[in-house]
Structure formats: structure tokens, C-alpha cells
Write a protein that binds this ligand. Sequence first.
Ligand code: AVI
Length: 313
Amino acid sequence: MACHFVEFAIADDALRSDVLAGLKACPKAIPARYFYDAEGCRLFEAICQQPEYGLTRAELALMADRLPEIAVAVGAVDCIIEPGAGDCTKVRHLLGALQPAQFVALDIAGAALAPAADRLGRDYPGLTVTALAMDFLRCLEEARRFLPAGRRLLYYPGSSIGNFSPAESTALLGRFRRLAGAEGQLLIGFDLKKDPALLHRAYNDAAGVTAAFNLNLLARLNRELLADFKREQFRHYAYYNPIAGRIEMHLVSLSAQAVTVAGERFEFALGETLHTENSYKYRADEFQALAELAGWEFKAGWECEGFAVQLFA
Ligand code: AVI
């Protein structure tokens, strides 16, 4: 087995500068990627187990049931690249079916990525694994020098694309297009538009796990930016906005209050919101059009229980 691990410098002041800029904006907002400290990752795993949140189960079922068809549509590939690979579990079925010589995993959380890449290298003898600990949103292009020439498949599962606005998604898909190269393909998962009541329940689970995930952001800011948010003074508020085609998650202030973050003071009015996440939902044709705007050509698509996977070249 061959497994290489490369750690890129990750700007330590990104959290501070993004959060301060977000708190100065109107309405106040914090990028959703800051949910994922260790506790946020644990809570996200727990969300995926909630009966109301069918997204992950639907994607797993789709990838299991349609894998033979997907493998035929993709054809031979030399290298699979997964931005945001996390614990590298989702790619396993594809590695088995497509048998590429190389897998390149990108993730900001190097501490979790390194052992996961190592396990993969042990479980798939003959596969060369390259794990790049990097903030791919900031420096995706730096991954290029680790990619072998030949047929590359960019794999972006989990509906992570839904957490970007359509304009940001087009820009990111364009960067994926350039990274994949002339013979490259993209296999991407996204959540489909569906009954708003189902979407509402998925982000307001009865056990309160999504609420805890949202509020955990405040605990992270208290710890890492010496902030003094009072968790009980904010309410998790998530709803489907059918005009924008997205779930919006907010933390709504339950009182007029002042909060100090990294030495700066911010006032919250009673009922004022801190917007923490968007999760866009698409119809299959809408997503296809978005990827085409980014330079991809649609090849095939599959759907299962409100979730879709599309293949582009
Ligand atoms: C990671 N992402 C696709 C999830 C979503 O559904 O947008 C994050 C999430 N937020 C609340 N629940 C799950």
C-alpha cells in the first residue's frame, strides 16, 4: 500500500476574520463551514441518524442500488478526487467498483483525514492514496500538482454543494472543471426539492439534534474566539424558503443583548437573527443547468427517495 499525507498551511485567523466580518454584516451571518469542530462533526453524524433527516440514507441507498449502472456510465478512471473527504467512507463503494489506481482526498480536518486515508490504503491494496489536509475552498488549485495525468473523476457526495449559493456553486463547479482536466468527470450528489413539510421536519428533528448542532456554533465561538454568547439566549430557527429554494437556519436572539467576540462588542436586538446556514434544494433540471453554466456536460442522472446523483463530463 502507498499512502502520502501532505499538510498545507491553514490560515489560523480565517475563523476570526470571517466571524467578525459576518457579525458586522446586515443581517448578521456566519459561514456554515464553521459548524464542524469536533462536537459539530459528532452532532452532524447524529443528524444523519435522525428519522426525519432522510438525505444521507437516501444517498447511501442510491449508491448501493445503482452502483453497477453508475460504474458503467463513468467507465474507466485512473484517479478519484474527493474534496471534503472526511473519514473517506463514502468513496469506498466507488473504489471497489471502479478500481482506480489513485485516490486523492482533500479535507480541512487533517487530524481525521490522515488515519482515514491510512485505513483506506490498507483496505485497498494496490491503491495509492494521497491525503491533502487543506482548505480546498481557499486553495483547491494547489492540489493539481498531486494529481496524476489521465482520467480523473471528481466525487462530491453528500449534498455539500447545497450549502453554497447558486452563484458560489457555479464558481466552485467551474474550479472542479478546471481541476478535473480535459478527460475529467464529476459525480455529484444533491438534495431534491420536495414537500416543504418534509424539509421542515428534517431540519427540526424531534430529538433536537439539529438545534444542538446549530447552537454548538456559539460554544465554538466562545471557546476559540473568547466570545461570551449565552446559549439559552438564542433559539434554533430553521424553515424552508420556497422562493429561494433553500432551508435557512438561524439563531434568533431571545432578548436585546450585547455579545463580545474576539474583543469586539456586538449588539443583538430582540428577535434579531444570526443566519448560520443555507441548504439549497434543486430539481434535477435546475441542477443540470447550474453545472452546465460551470462548463460541465450532463451525461446521466439517478434519483432515489428525494436525493439525486448526476454525472457530468
Ligand atoms: C452537510 N450538509 C449537506 C447538511 C445539509 O443538510 O445541508 C448540513 C446540515 N445542516 C443541518 N442539518 C444538516
